[in-house]
Design a protein around this ligand. Structure first.
Ligand code: CTP
Ligand code: CA
Length: 225
């Protein structure tokens, strides 16, 4: 269906999302990565389409099909993700940072496979840019939603990140071996905003995505009033 015929609470609204992990290469055959399946971000992209939005998804390396109606851009590293987002952010109304962006990358990327020699080796890492904070700090920032993946006190840490990064809403996500979160089909989240919160109990990521989109849509509509 052409965008202009779309119906729903977010008809005509342009949404840009990031999803999945990033990979930071060490050499041509190795990388530093993290445990993100991309399922939450892809479920969100799908739920935004269902709500009538025009959706663009910047995806790290994941084994997932593109939801129908979503424009997808594939990237590998955090730097590529940042570039893909910055190229598109001026044309979006809502930005959702769902990706598990690597905080650091190897300082030096070897152009040939690193050979083993010593018993110990050290890798120097350097910080990657914070894509979510950069977007939220733009002079004409879109309505911005982040995620916070935590192994303890998710709501406490998430609230600190919401304030520090100046995002409109943040979803606190408990992750780790015993939890939902990464690499699972289910998850539980708390969505936090200035002066409020909503706890979304353990559910299928597609169901959770619908609930998140409906809360985001409600706050997006009220944003300037
Ligand atoms: N994020 C980002 N760019 C980065 C790091 C994080 O855009 N370089 C975004 C994530 O997509 C997520 C939010 O910031 O929406 C929080 O990510 P998280 O890893 O939980 O927090 P950090 O700020 O990186 O802090 P830390 O890892 O130290 O807990
Ligand atoms: Ca991080």
């Amino acid at each position: 269906v052409a965008d202009r015929f779309r119906q729903g609470p977010l008809a005509g609204v342009r949404v840009l999302l990031t999803a999945g992990p990033t990979r930071e290469p060490l050499d041509p055959v190795r990388f530093i990565g993290n445990r993100s399946s991309g399922k939450m971000g892809f479920a969100l992209a799908n739920a935004f389409v269902q709500a009538g939005a025009q959706v663009e998804l910047v995806a790290g390396p994941v084994a997932l099909e593109t939801p129908s109606g979503v424009r997808r851009v594939d990237v590998e590293t955090a730097a590529e993700m940042e570039q893909a987002v910055m190229d598109r952010v001026a044309d979006c109304d809502i930005f959702v940072g769902c990706a598990a962006v690597a905080d650091y990358r190897p300082d030096v990327v070897a152009d040939q496979k690193i050979k083993k020699s010593q018993d110990r080796m050290e890798i120097r890492l350097v910080r990657n840019a914070d894509i979510l904070a950069s977007v939220a700090g733009l002079p004409e920032a879109p309505f911005t939603v982040g995620f916070a993946a935590e192994t303890q006190d998710p709501e406490g840490y998430a609230e600190k990140k919401r304030v520090a990064k100046r995002v409109d809403m943040i979803a606190a996500n408990l992750v780790g071996a015993e939890q939902g979160g990464f690499e699972r089909d289910e998850n539980a989240l708390t969505l936090l905003w200035d002066g409020g919160r909503e706890r979304l109990p353990m559910a299928d990521k597609s169901r959770l995505a619908k609930q998140l989109v409906s809360l985001i849509a409600g706050h997006y509509e009220k944003r300037d009033s």
